[in-house]
Write a protein of this length. Structure first.
Length: 172
């Protein structure tokens, strides 16, 4: 805690006043990070990209952008993915963040269904959940466990194709 206090230019006493231990500090960091990530995702949510002539291309662009972001700036999230397997508090906090993401994706699917771009026979909530889980699992394997075979680029392409075939009216 002394090193953290020093890096934050506060006294150790001040740090302990707000956080009784490292665990409390970590959980507060997760909450703060989650709020910022959700705000960033809200700003990036442009549903109309999926209504154009190249919905699959928009999806692939989003997946690639998210992959590059995680690869270069996602260290904290990747650590959380690893911690979530063995820490229920971390898992609960990640679940809250993921739920908001699932709801946002559900909204996108409903929006696409209303406009005839996404399959009407797909349950939006179930699809959003399955897609989110698939993306998280692929990110975990490629970025946390450093899977190299198949190549990450191939995983992105196949993940995009799988999602496109699942939800888009015309996946091509």
């Amino acid at each position: 805690m002394a090193e953290i206090a020093s890096a934050g230019s506060v006294s150790v006493g001040t740090l302990y006043h707000h956080f009784p231990d490292k665990r409390a500090l970590l959980l507060a960091l997760i909450d703060d990070w989650g709020d910022r990530e959700l705000a960033d995702q809200r700003r990036e949510a442009r549903f109309e990209r999926y209504l154009g002539d190249d919905a699959r291309g928009a999806l692939l662009d989003d997946l690639k952008r998210r992959y590059e972001h995680l690869k270069h700036e996602g260290g904290f999230y990747l650590v959380l993915l690893e911690l979530a397997d063995r820490d229920s508090d971390v898992r609960q906090r990640l679940h809250r963040i993921r739920q908001v993401g699932v709801e946002r994706l559900r909204g996108l699917i409903e929006y696409g269904q209303e406009r005839g771009r996404m399959r009407k026979d797909v349950d939006p909530l179930a699809a959003a959940f399955l897609i989110t889980q698939s993306i998280d699992m692929a990110a975990n394997e490629v970025l946390v466990h450093r899977m190299t075979d198949p190549a990450p680029s191939a995983v992105l392409e196949e993940l995009c194709d799988m999602i496109a075939r699942y939800i888009l009216e015309d996946p091509e």
